[in-house]
Design a binder for this molecule. Sequence first.
Ligand code: GUN
Ligand code: FE
Length: 434
Amino acid sequence: SPQQKVIRGAILDFIDDPALSGDEAWRYIEDGILWIEDGRVKKTGSYEELSAELPESIELHEYSHHLILPGFIDTHIHYPQTEMIAAYGERLLEWLETYTFPVESKFGDEAYGREIASVFLEELLKNGTTTALVFGTVHPESVDAFFTEAQKRRLRMIAGKVMMDRNAPDFICDEAEQSYTDSKALIERWHGVDRLQYAVTPRFAPTSTDRQLELAGKLLKEYPGVYMHTHLAENVEECAWVAELFPQSKHYLDVYDQAGLLSERSVFAHGIHLCDDACERLSETGSAIAHCPTSNLFLGSGLIELERLAEKGVQVGVGTDVGGGTSFSMFQTLADAYKVQAMRNRKLDPFRALYLATLGGARALDLEGCIGNFEPGCEADFICIDLHATPFLKFRTERCRSLFETLFVLNTLGDDRLIDTTWVMGEIAHRRDS
Ligand code: GUN
Ligand code: FE
């Protein structure tokens, strides 16, 4: 017989982008139930309406002063950079040379990779993130290690081996043909196994030859459904370097476009410094931008124009970009997303922010209907957020007069302490107090 359970509490999820459909975009049920069957959402509704339908002996979990939300979706993060988060003093290109490449060189050792992947995944769960699009390193072992640990935890994760065959130290480079063969073997081994999916992952244009990018495009043609994950237009020095390295391209995105790397399953981290043509190509192809505010502030990369991307119809998700980013917490990330817009004399309302961290992420990853909200049939990955997590948060949220205010306080003050329980496929994967 099917395994059923019910979570009772205040439930919030999204069915569309609030930037497009305003208050119609979200659903809030103050005394709601989330009815789960075999790890998937069977139904959501008000307790009053659905309680009569519930089987008598059904497992019931009650949450008062909590908010039940779909699990957060981190659309850009590097698991090998877990140990170098908060590295002092450099902007992107020097930061890569000084800190990143030396750390990444350790991941040819699969046992080491598993150790770090384990720390990384526990940190994600503790912060309420249940799905992420993840960079490995150049070593195929880094991906074996990561997927092994993700599979153990029954997580929906997307990851790939970095492709980089120039402009970096030898110890961290591959070679175009080898990167093709290695990526292909990893796709065959992992893509579609349980909840794991593969992303073809050229690091960024400066560290790939034309040949390597062309082979990345070939992989995407050969394996429909596989993702493409890279960095784009993060920093002005980087953009100038790309213009120099690829004089035949119209602009940065065009380098990837010419290699056939744009589709609904393509995610570009950052996308801060984009021309109109680039925005239009992203939009036309259904490609997504992963906005990484903590990283953009920490590395001094720039202030993204979120409203411009929305106007152009570009899909957007949110990423922590650990270790260029400074927190695993989606709340901390949304707090910085707000501040980035504040610096531009713009706003980011809490509904849109939470949309971006849930359904927006699912859409960026082409996974709507699978994760990101509580539509029937969706995988039951969700979190219970404790409004009384600290005495001060209780004090502050009790003074909120609307859902809008409460959500904004959570986005601005929130961190891992608020995540009471993280559920994966209808099972508890992390509990704060245990
Ligand atoms: N661009 C190329 N590689 C990286 C990286 O590891 N982190 C960030 N933030 N940007 C990059
Ligand atoms: Fe990154």
